[in-house]
Structure formats: structure tokens, C-alpha cells
Design a protein around this ligand. Structure first.
Ligand code: AMP
Length: 400
């Protein structure tokens, strides 16, 4: 953040899309904590901060009468917590544009913090509307983007707004800088051996990432439901496991490309199989290509977990995105846990490990291993797209 904020009003796009419980208490404040250093830096330099963010998807979850459920999606829920974290009074504007926002932004003094209401209360936000973005831009002197989680969206407050500031009046916040730095470190000249671990439900979501990994990975480990599409492509029996039958050709071609590129692809030898998708299911461990009819693979098996962990522990760079199984159910969480622990032990031995994607991050947090891996990305989709080699609109808007 190479800008002097003294006596300036910084319009800061943060990702305060935090999970809330039924009575609107914050259940995980990671995203708020991650934004604090940027906010503090601006305040300490003698600037004022105008915070904007979205929270949830208010326009997709309207009240039955078609109005916005303001009570549920208001950023007012965050004020108390933010005050505690920053130890300054937080002013709140109950709209992110309009008279009140303009008045409160204009009256803001150095050291002051103003939180604007949910940007997604306006359809123009997700439409990337320029008139709306211009109104947001008019509130501040400098634009700071610290919302990596939404950097892959060309929304008004994440991308379009930056067009109203010249190069000397817009910048990334510290969190964005760290995200870009770490993802770049993992992709450009990473220390070898490089192991990429993917999981989750769909090949179609991750195939671009898998293809990109072929450029620099030594090993690609594939777990989660994705693996069964590969087994089916290899004519294995996968029972009722979740597969994408229209992606068999994609899977086959990927395996061929990996072979040609000399990249070792590992699929889980065995799976923890269940007779139904439920916590009280009957369970057995089967070879992943011999799953009986009526059974489904819901986690990588113990032998697969052991060999995945062994490859991870021998690596110097590890990039992990996506759970190894249905880790939300304890009976199918073991594979993900073992991978998380292996990432921590590789880190301890000097490897650079990076974890991204909501579910893998949740697993690392659950195991209290977040501080024991190299970097935990706050971006799910954003990290995926960045690592696929795309220039994210939110990043391009600051750089251009
Ligand atoms: P994704 O959003 O594609 O990263 O997928 C994450 C989801 O995949 C999680 O909710 C997991 O429960 C689910 N998942 C992982 N492995 C399996 C599996 N073997 N069968 C069904 N769902 C799975």
C-alpha cells in the first residue's frame, strides 16, 4: 500500500461476508480479522476509512412479499464486533449510496470509520453498473481493494469503481497483496517436488485448475467425488458414487496429457464406502474401482490417505483445494484430516503449503492447523481462477 492516507478518505472494499447464526452472531470472524491490518494502517496514517462489503445473497433470498430481508442481511450485525476489534467508534450508513451515505462520508474526520450498508441491496452491484459505481467512488479520495474473495467478480464495488480513480489513488490492501504474493509464489518457479491436491465434488469445476497444474506439478493427487469420474473413465465399478458421466472423456484426456507431461497422477486406491448418504449409513472400505452396486465412495480409504500423506510430506510445495470426502460427516472426514495433517508436517519440514477453497479451509480450521500451514487463502472461487492463470477483474482494475 504505497499511498499516503493522511487526511484522505479511503473507500475500502472488504469481504465481510461472514457466517452468522440464527440470532445474527458472527460464528467465524476470520474475514473481519484479515481486513483489520489494512484498516488500522490507514487510520494510523491519519486517514479515514469508509468500508463497503456485501453480506450473503439478499436479492436471491427476498421476503415473501418481494422485499429485501434487511433484518437478516444488514451489515449492522457487524458493527459491535468491528468496534471491539478496531477500538474506535463505528459509524453506520443504512445505504451504501444516497443522501445519508454522502452526508456521513463527508462528515468523516481523520481516524473515523464509516461502515456502509450491504452493497448487494442494489441489483446494480452485481450488474457492475457504472452509474452506481460512480456514486460509490464519489464517497472517497482513494480506493483500496482488500476483498480477494470477490476479486473474480466484475461487480460495481469490487471492479468497476476502480475505474473512477487514477493509478495514484487506488491500491490493493495488505490481504490482497498477501493473497497475490502467495498464489504467485506457489505457481511461479515453486520449489520442487510440487504436489497439487484437489478434491470436492466436480471434475468440471476443477478441470481448468488440473490442466494448469500440468505446467508445474510433479504430483497431482485427486480425492473427493471427483476421483470416481476418473475411475469410471478407466472402466472401474463405482457403484452409486457421485460421478459426472458427461466428463468421462475429459477425465481420460486429462490422464493422457498428464502421462505425456510426465506428471504423476494419483487416485485413491481405496475408499470408505457407505450404503447411503447419511451419518448412520453402513460402512465398508473397498478398492475405489470395485465399489459394489448400491454403495458409494464418500471418503478416500485408509491406504489411499496414507499414500497421499506420504507424497505430501516429501514435497517442497503443496497446493491444496477441495476436501477428500464428505468431511462434514465425521465418518467421512478422516481422509481430509490426514491430508491437512500431512500439509502441516510438510510445512514443519520447510515446505511451502497453500490451502484454499471454503471446505479445505474449514477442515484446516476445525483441526486448528491454520497456523501450521504456509498460507490459508480467503478466496475459494477467486483462488481457483487465479491459479488457473486468469487475470481476475478486481486485480486488473487496480493494475490498469
Ligand atoms: P466443491 O464445492 O466442489 O469443492 O465440493 C465440496 C463438497 O464436495 C463438500 O461439501 C463435500 O461434502 C463434497 N464431497 C467430497 N467428496 C465427496 C464424495 N465422495 N461424494 C459426495 N460428495 C463429496
Amino acid at each position: 500500500m504505497n499511498i499516503n492516507f493522511k487526511d484522505k478518505k479511503a473507500l475500502v472494499r472488504v469481504d465481510f461476508n461472514v457466517p452468522l447464526d440464527k440470532t445474527f452472531n458472527i460464528t467465524d470472524d476470520t474475514r473481519i480479522r484479515e481486513a483489520i491490518p489494512t484498516i488500522k494502517h490507514i487510520l494510523e496514517q491519519g486517514g479515514a476509512v469508509i468500508l463497503m462489503s456485501h453480506l450473503g445473497r439478499p436479492l436471491e433470498k427476498l421476503n415473501t412479499d418481494g422485499t429485501i430481508n434487511r433484518q437478516k442481511f444488514t451489515l449492522q450485525h457487524l458493527v459491535k464486533h468491528l468496534r471491539k476489534k478496531l477500538k474506535v467508534k463505528i459509524q453506520f450508513a443504512d445505504d451504501c449510496v444516497g443522501k445519508m451515505a454522502v452526508k456521513k462520508a463527508a462528515a468523516l474526520q481523520p481516524g473515523g470509520v464509516l461502515l456502509l450498508e450491504n452493497t448487494r441491496f442494489h441489483p446494480e452491484e452485481e450488474q457492475g453498473d457504472a452509474v452506481f459505481a460512480k456514486k460509490l467512488a464519489a464517497l472517497g479520495d482513494i480506493y483500496v481493494n482488500d476483498a480477494f474473495g470477490t476479486a473474480h467478480r466484475a461487480h460495481a464495488s469490487t471492479t468497476i469503481v476502480a475505474g473512477f480513480f487514477d493509478k495514484n489513488h487506488k491500491t490493493f490492501g495488505f490481504l490482497m497483496e498477501r493473497e497475490i504474493e502467495n498464489a504467485t509464489r506457489a505457481m511461479k518457479n515453486p520449489e520442487k517436488p510440487v504436489t497439487c491436491v484437489t478434491g470436492g465434488s466436480k471434475v468440471s469445476d476443477k478441470i481448468m485448475l488440473l490442466e494448469k497444474f500440468l505446467d508445474y506439478a510433479d504430483n497431482i493427487l485427486i480425492g473427493g467425488a471427483m476421483a470416481y469420474t476418473f475411475f469410471l473413465a478407466k472402466k472401474g465399478a463405482v457403484g452409486n458414487s457421485l460421478v459426472e458421466s458427461d466428463k468421462l472423456k475429459t477425465a481420460k484426456e486429462f490422464l493422457k496429457k498428464a502421462k505425456a507431461a510426465g506428471v504423476k497422477v494419483m487416485l485413491p486406491k481405496d475408499s470408505v464406502c457407505a450404503d447411503k448418504f447419511a451419518t448412520d449409513a453402513a460402512i465398508q472400505v473397498c478398492p475405489s474401482n470395485q465399489i459394489p452396486e448400491g454403495w458409494m465412495g464418500l471418503d478416500i480409504g485408509p491406504s489411499a490417505a496414507k499414500s497421499f500423506a506420504s507424497v505430501i510430506r516429501k514435497s517442497k510445495t503443496v497446493i491444496w483445494n477441495g476436501p477428500m470426502g464428505v468431511f462434514e460427516m465425521p465418518a467421512f472426514a478422516e481422509g481430509t484430516k490426514i491430508v491437512a495433517k500431512a500439509c502441516a508436517s510438510a510445512t514443519k519440514k520447510g515446505a511451502f503449503t497453500m490451502v484454499g477453497g471454503g471446505d479445505s479451509v474449514a477442515a484446516v480450521n476445525q483441526l486448528k492447523l491454520a497456523k501450521k500451514v504456509g498460507f490459508v487463502s480467503t478466496g475459494g472461487g477467486a483462488m481457483l481462477e487465479f491459479m488457473e492463470g486468469k487475470e481476475l477483474p478486481g486485480i486488473h482494475a487496480i493494475n490498469s
